[in-house]
Design a protein around this ligand. Structure first.
Ligand code: NAD
Length: 480
């Protein structure tokens, strides 16, 4: 296993290079706040190199057959499998997540590559019966071209895989603007494709100031598609910029997911699963449940079970044994969480457990449960993206439904009930791109993942996930 953290360079035209001006950004371990290394900082001159490289890469890669592309992708997946432990350790050092979670994340990234390697081979066109005997009508699917992808720190590998896998499978080339907080695990992921034999220029990785890079890449004529995972606020900015230049977009944005626990639900199951889902990655997950709505008849029971479970979560450095929750990613996130708690308490909330920072080194925050949180508190309106669980009760299901649909978010929702009719009713009336009933069943590569309303546009993964990387070309031809 690698013991040392590795500083990261840019990957442009098949080479790991320093930026032209040799600028770097410092990386810190969020569990210790220690300086651990650097990542190269791209400016416009580096982006120009990446753009030209990606354009050249596209002209080569699009002419590979789907089977040839699939073979290279599968080889990259095999390389990653053999390095899972090493890469997971690097990911834990830079992101803080428990090492077991980092290994699971690697597995999910590999799953994406293998699944899309095959999906690329099934990117079928079709033949449409024509009105005239002499005419043949064909629909072809062609790769859109150079993709600009912006990926976040909370899943340094898995989110990057969600962009790289469909892009490469469909014959596109790609420039990834990776996460500056967690660059090394993302770079190790990219390295596997290089070693698997991907043509130079097909896959490029840059880091820098996010807004500077998006403002340069999105309008650039070489870029034909934009894909972003991050907050709704930034997503709206990038989408309006892309709209000005008529670029295709996929937006996977923020959420504030309701979890509705009905009176007839299995309360033990609901409490166990929801604690796991809520505090995974310290709550820094877009589909993390963040508004718990519990029928008043089972409220006390659910709250007691939930809180007991939360109190057993072991928080610490993700490299240590049995740690279930690591630190937040950076100081800014810690401050945001502290402000959300203070605002909720100022408006009358009760902290049942947790509520404050742990120690003064590392960005650790206690797994926190709050009750009586006022609807106008920031916690009930802004995506918390942290280890906070506000739990409230409802009398009538209509009230829970109104609350679930109250916000502009619509990424994920959770329902616990043993009443089939109720389950169907809630599933059809909750405004959300994904709904999981009586278990946590979201995020597998064969299923579409995406939000409605302010939570985004388009789906990643599933059969839907490759379409945004393909143009439709219709050809009508009179035979000879
Ligand atoms: P942030 O808004 O500063 O950054 C979030 C992400 O967007 C980062 O990866 C960042 O590099 C990127 N980004 C920011 N401005 C950008 C720009 N102008 N162009 C291109 N990329 C840009 O916030 P943060 O404190 O780092 O993260 C917390 C917030 O980010 C949360 O509120 C959450 O909504 C969002 N987020 C969402 C996801 C997700 O999976 N949907 C992942 C990470 C972060």
């Amino acid at each position: 296993m690698k013991d040392k953290y590795i500083s990261t360079k840019l990957f442009i035209n098949g080479y790991w290079v320093d930026s032209v001006k040799e600028e770097t950004i410092e990386i810190h371990n969020p569990a210790t706040e220690d300086y651990i290394g650097t990542v190269s900082h791209a400016r416009k001159e580096d982006l120009d190199l990446a753009l030209n490289s990606a354009q050249k890469g596209f002209l080569t890669w699009k002419n590979f057959s789907a089977l040839e592309r699939s073979k290279i992708m599968r080889k990259a997946a095999d390389i990653l499998k053999s390095r899972t432990k090493d890469i997971a350790k690097l990911m834990t050092i830079e992101s803080g997540k428990p090492i077991a979670d980092a290994e699971i994340e690697l597995g999910m990234g590999i799953d994406q590559i293998e699944w899309f390697a095959e999906e690329g081979r099934r990117a079928y066109g079709r033949i449409i019966p024509s009105r005239l005997k002499a005419v043949n009508q064909f629909v072809f699917k062609e790769p859109v071209g150079v993709v600009a992808a912006f990926t976040p720190w909370n899943w340094p590998v898995q989110q990057t895989a969600r962009k790289i896998a469909p892009a490469l499978a469909s014959g596109c080339s790609i420039i990834v603007k990776g996460p500056e907080e967690t660059p090394t695990s993302t770079a190790e992921f990219v390295k596997a494709f290089d070693e698997a034999g991907i043509p130079k220029g097909t896959l490029n990785l840059v880091f820098g100031i996010p807004s500077e890079i998006s403002e340069y890449l999105i309008p650039h004529p070489i870029v034909k598609k934009v894909t972003f995972t991050g907050s709704t606020q930034v997503g709206k900015q990038l989408m309006s910029l892309a709209g000005r230049y008529m670029k295709k977009v996929t937006m996977e944005l923020g959420g504030h997911s309701p979890a509705i626990i009905c009176e007839d639900a299995n309360i033990e199951t609901a409490a166990n699963i929801l604690v796991g889902t809520k505090f995974r990655n310290a709550g820094q997950i877009c589909i993390s449940p963040s508004r718990f709505l519990v029928h008043k008849k089972v409220y006390e029971k659910f709250l007691n079970l939930f809180v007991a479970n939360v109190r057993s979560i072991k928080v610490g450095n993700g490299l240590e044994d049995d740690i279930k929750m690591g630190p937040l990613i950076h100081e800014k996130r810690l401050q945001t969480i502290e402000k959300l708690v203070k605002d909720a308490v100022d408006r009358g909330a009760n902290i049942v457990t947790g509520g404050k920072r742990i120690g003064n080194k590392g960005y650790f925050f206690e797994p926190t449960v709050l009750t009586e949180v006022s609807k106008d508190s920031k916690l009930m309106n802004e995506e918390p993206f942290g280890p906070l669980a506000p739990i409230s009760s409802f009398d009538h299901l209509d009230d829970a439904l109104d609350e679930a649909n109250r916000l502009e978010y619509g990424l994920a929702a959770y329902v616990y009930t043993n009443n089939l009719k109720l389950a169907q009713e809630l599933a059809s009336n909750i405004e959300s791109g994904q709904i999981s009933i009586n278990h946590h069943g979201l995020g597998l590569v064969e299923n579409p993942f995406g939000g409605v309303k302010g939570s985004g546009l388009g789906s990643e993964m599933g059969a839907e996930g490759i379409e945004p990387y393909l143009n439709v070309k219709f050809i009508s031809q009179v035979g000879l």
